[in-house]
Every structure is written in structure tokens, then in C-alpha cells.
Ligand binder design. Structure first.
Ligand SMILES: [Zn+2]
Length: 262
């Protein structure tokens, strides 16, 4: 069994989604975390979660690599998420975070970039995750992970997941010290920076994900990113650590199950 701890289900063509999940579940994927880009995405992921309870865990939020929401829209989304909690529905908060790629691209072009509204929006989602005591799925890499950790620690967050984590060992130590998790994608097969992380991060803090339909390179060049590839991530982590693949898969599965409450 495997879990795909970070999947953009609504990033696949509408006509492909059901078959994708069917193939994943038939092929040994126990569940997927379906993260949201925006309000429309939240609605789509909620519908899939209701169709596959216990197998599709929705995460509700507003992706940070796009303009932040205005106050009214942000308040409305937070209220919509609160209503899901009031109805007793299972869900996490996400995908939320900080716009590392948007910011660094702007800075590389010499354009000014004001991160303040993004950070303010993230803090609202962090506060909401604390209020509702839900896990939070974060897009916060390199130096942005440290900024996110400041907010998480201040709000007393218990369950934070740094998806497709990239960063230094000091940041990893801080994630681990807080009992938070991070996940790796199929690029663990060929990306030296990610392979080094896979060998170093405590297994108890690791999850496998695909971030599908995001395309990968190396052995995956030209292939559709599929939740089944989460099993490859676990197997590669085992290989890099010289451990039995079944043992590593079992640990990563247990991490994802307990973190997201599948
Ligand atoms: Zn994502």
C-alpha cells in the first residue's frame, strides 16, 4: 500500500480523474491527499472526497504561487472551511504557503516584490488550522520554510506538512523538532539535493507524494505523473538508506495515515 500525500486531482483533465483514482486504488494506493488551488478547486476536491470517503482526503486553501485573495474572498473561504468542520467532515488546510518561485522570478528580473500580503494570507490559514485543529499542507521551500515555521510555532500548530520540501539541514532540524513532516516527490530518483534529504531526514517525519500532474524528468520524462509513483518514492528512499522497501513503505504509510487522519 502507499499514500500519495500531495496530489492536484483537479489539475488532471476532468474526464481523466475517475480512471486515475481507479488505477491508483487498484494498483495499491491506499489514499491520496487532494490539495486545492482555490475556491473552485476546494469544491471539486470536496466532491471527490465524498465519493471516496477514507481514500481521498481533501485539503482546502489557496495556493501561494498566485495573487493572494482580497479580504472579502479570504474571509469567505475561511468561513466555507469552518462550515466543513462544523459538519464534521474530514479535511486538512492546504495548499497554502509562500510564493518562493513567483518571488524569486520577480527578483531575478529586478522587479520589486512585496511578500507582505502573501505572508498575511498564510497567517490567516495557519490561524484557521490552529482554530480547527486540522493538519496544514504547506508550499514553503528554502528560506520560506523558516518564515512559515515562525508562523506555525507562534500559532502552536501541531501538524504541519512541508510538501516537496527543499532546504538546509538546519530547517530540517527545526521541522523535526516541532514534530512536523515533510514529503518528497518522484524527483528523488534523479535530483541530488532531494536524494541527500531522502537519506538524512528521520523516517518518522517523511511522507511520499507526487504533486501530480506536475511532470517529472529522468525515468519519468514524457510520462503522466500518477499517484502510483508515490510507491516509487518510498522504494527509492529505502534504496538510498539501504533498508528493506517494505519496511520503509510501512513507515511512510503510517506517517501519512496518522498525520492526515485517513
Ligand atoms: Zn502542490
Amino acid at each position: 500500500m502507499a499514500y500519495d500525500a500531495h496530489l492536484h486531482l483537479d489539475g488532471y483533465p476532468e474526464a481523466r480523474r475517475d480512471a486515475l483514482l481507479g488505477e491508483a486504488f487498484a494498483g495499491g494506493v491506499a489514499g491520496v491527499v487532494a490539495v486545492s488551488m482555490d475556491v473552485a478547486s476546494c469544491e471539486v476536491n470536496r466532491a471527490w472526497a465524498r465519493r471516496y470517503p477514507g481514500r481521498v482526503m481533501p485539503a482546502y486553501g489557496h495556493h501561494p504561487e498566485q495573487p493572494p485573495l482580497g479580504e472579502a474572498a479570504l474571509a469567505a473561504l475561511c468561513d466555507w472551511i469552518r462550515a466543513r468542520a462544523a459538519d464534521g467532515e474530514p479535511f486538512a488546510v492546504g495548499e497554502v504557503g509562500l510564493p518562493y518561485y513567483t518571488r524569486t522570478e520577480a527578483e531575478a528580473k529586478g522587479e520589486p516584490f512585496d511578500e507582505t500580503p502573501y505572508a498575511r494570507q498564510l497567517d490567516r490559514f495557519v490561524a484557521l488550522a490552529a482554530e480547527l485543529d486540522r493538519p496544514i499542507a504547506l508550499h514553503a521551500v528554502y528560506e520560506d520554510a523558516g518564515k512559515a515555521l515562525d508562523l506555525l510555532e507562534r500559532r502552536g500548530i501541531r501538524r504541519a506538512h512541508f510538501h516537496w520540501f527543499k532546504g538546509d539541514s538546519r530547517t530540517v532540524d527545526r521541522i523535526v523538532a516541532n514534530g512536523y513532516c515533510l514529503s518528497l516527490t518522484p524527483d528523488v530518483r534523479y535530483e541530488p539535493e532531494i536524494r541527500a534529504l531522502a537519506a538524512a531526514v528521520p523516517l518518522e517525519r517523511l511522507m511520499a507524494e507526487t504533486d501530480g500532474p506536475w511532470p517529472f524528468e529522468g525515468p519519468y520524462a514524457g510520462r503522466e505523473t500518477h499517484p502510483l509513483m508515490a510507491a516509487d518514492v518510498a522504494a527509492e528512499i529505502a534504496r538510498l538508506r539501504g533498508l528493506a522497501p517494505e519496511a520503509v513503505a510501512r513507515i511512510l504509510d503510517a506517517n501519512t495515515r496518522s498525520f492526515y487522519g485517513f
